[in-house]
Design a protein around this ligand. Structure first.
Ligand code: ADP
Ligand code: ADP
Ligand code: MG
Length: 463
């Protein structure tokens, strides 16, 4: 087993990882930027080292500093978390070159899965259904127009390097394409430093269904069921649940088998996610991308399967074979997650981190909170705005919804605005309650949901 792991991340995921390490008697080395001196992950680690300025490029993305600290503190492994360097194949290779175990797949595998346009080709060859699209990247507006005419409008322009919903633009016809192309390219360049684009046919009113997979070095690959992440604002997830209500056992088995095949096609190792779109008819599914890391919403899978995914990552990276087989995986009850972000829905979701003046987190049976917040801490403005993840687990979906409503009623955060009330409104929306949300739901219902919140605040005399 690994002995000492450097956690190349911050926030709630750094805490999540160090908790799993502690339970396995693995020591932890936290790294932090000058903006994170008082962060919880710094206080809970075996040892903590400042690696640079607030700006992520000088700290959490600074590969040399991370590797130097890992070696100087005697680490044998590096956990990248999500975001930052987690899907950077050069970092995975650099760790290996320094004799450090990168807790994730090899650089070669990340390269195959990480470029979305390359991954599509690999999946097609492996017999995994993909959406119709350009066969490879499109390098100019003319290229994109020709590809879109061939697959049929509307299309989605997507960055090959994309993540977190960035670098994506919908395009309904040829007139709109030049502007959408340059906007998506510029956003991709700014977010990922790369601006290769490709395009896919837009699937109308789909659901986002993803499968969690685990693969060990001995060649065993299993899936741990599915998550429905269709509640999204502008292609970014807000609420997730497991299992997806819309899957029949037969469809679940077919999609799960496709996810396992997808993992096999890129020689996967560790924990990963295969994302699919399920069409409006609920019959056809298409591979969308593979995320070669632990995902924000992994907790809902842990709640319904009872499997600790970070513990499994650490075991696999230590060279141990999977201690669970596909037939050991049973989905018990229903789990749900709300992402609480420091952002103001009333101001077009402007990020608005700040100091936590007062905090009360919900608890009780079937409740899990993953958060780096504490009373008096300051959420710095330099990183993403995720402040807390509220998770619930209950025997049925309706009970999970009621438990989540109760959690959001209890949740109290003074100091900066969050999207918590918006999530609360969603939990009462008839479309959500009957399990009918597609990825179009939130963008379409947002005006009503926000208006409702505003009227309630006015009634309470608290505008
Ligand atoms: P998804 O990639 O499907 O949106 P998550 O919601 O789990 O998955 O994303 C995890 C976090 O990592 C988000 O905060 C997101 O902004 C960030 N992220 C995802 N992919 C990348 C990437 N390629 N580069 C930088 N950040 C990313
Ligand atoms: P990211 O890496 O940013 O998570 P994805 O490829 O996973 O990018 O796409 C993000 C979201 O965009 C999906 O969850 C889905 O809602 C939407 N999306 C992506 N591709 C399509 C498509 N071909 N048709 C319709 N919606 C799509
Ligand atoms: Mg995605």
């Amino acid at each position: 087993m690994l002995k000492r792991v450097l956690i190349a991340n911050r926030g709630e995921i750094a805490l999540r990882i160090l908790r799993a390490c502690r339970e396995l008697d693995i020591e932890t080395v936290a790294v932090y930027s000058e903006a994170d001196e008082e962060a919880l992950h710094v206080q809970l680690a075996t040892q903590a080292v400042c690696i640079g300025p607030a700006r992520a490029s000088g700290s959490y993305l600074n590969q040399d500093a991370l590797l130097t600290v890992a070696k100087a503190t005697g680490c044998d492994g590096v956990h990248p978390g999500y975001g930052f360097l987690s899907e950077n194949p050069d970092f995975a290779d650099a760790c290996a070159a320094e004799g450090l175990t990168f807790i994730g797949p090899s650089g070669g595998t990340i390269r195959k899965a990480g470029s979305k346009s390359t991954a599509r080709e690999i999946m097609r060859a492996a017999g995994v259904p993909v959406t119709p699209g350009s066969g490879g990247p499109v390098s100019s507006v003319e290229d994109a127009l020709a590809a879109a005419d061939a697959v049929g409008w509307p299309v989605l322009l997507k960055s090959s390097a994309g993540g977190g919903g960035r670098g994506i633009r919908r395009c309904d016809g040829p007139e709109a394409l030049p502007a959408a192309f340059s906007e998506a390219k510029a956003e991709a360049k700014a977010c990922f430093g790369k601006d290769e684009m490709y395009l896919e046919k837009l699937v109308l009113r789909p659901r986002h269904i993803e499968f969690q997979i685990l693969a060990d070095r001995q060649g065993h690959v299993i899936h741990l069921g599915d998550r429905d992440c269709s509640v999204q604002r502008r292609n970014q997830k807000l609420m997730e649940e497991a299992p997806a209500r819309c899957l029949t056992p037969d469809l679940r088995a077919r999609m799960g088998a496709a996810a396992v095949r997808a993992a096999g096609a890129v020689g996967y190792e560790g924990a990963g996610t295969v994302e699919f779109l399920l069409d409006a008819g609920g019959e056809h599914f298409y591979f969308m991308e593979m995320n070669t890391r632990i995902q924000v919403e992994h907790g809902v899978t842990e709640l319904v399967t009872g499997v600790d995914l970070v513990r499994q990552q650490l075991r696999i990276a230590s060279g141990l074979p999977l201690d669970i087989a596909q037939e050991d995986i049973h989905l018990e009850g229903h789990a749900m997650e709300c992402r609480v972000n420091a952002e103001d829905p009333a101001q077009d979701f402007r990020p608005c981190p700040g100091r936590v003046e007062f905090l009360h987190l919900p608890g009780g049976a079937g409740v899990r909170v993953d958060s780096c917040l504490y009373n008096g801490c300051t959420l710095p403005p330099y990183y993403d705005s995720l402040a807390a993840k509220l998770l619930v687990h209950a025997p049925t979906r309706l009970e999970a919804i009621r438990k989540m409503r109760r959690c959001l009623e209890e949740f109290t955060l003074e100091g900066f605005p969050t999207n918590a009330e918006l999530s609360y409104q969603i939990l009462y929306h008839p479309t959500f309650v009957r399990g009918g949300c597609t990825t179009a739901f939130l963008d379409e219902s947002l005006p009503d949901l926000l208006d409702f919140s505003r009227r309630i605040r006015e009634k309470e005399g608290n505008p």
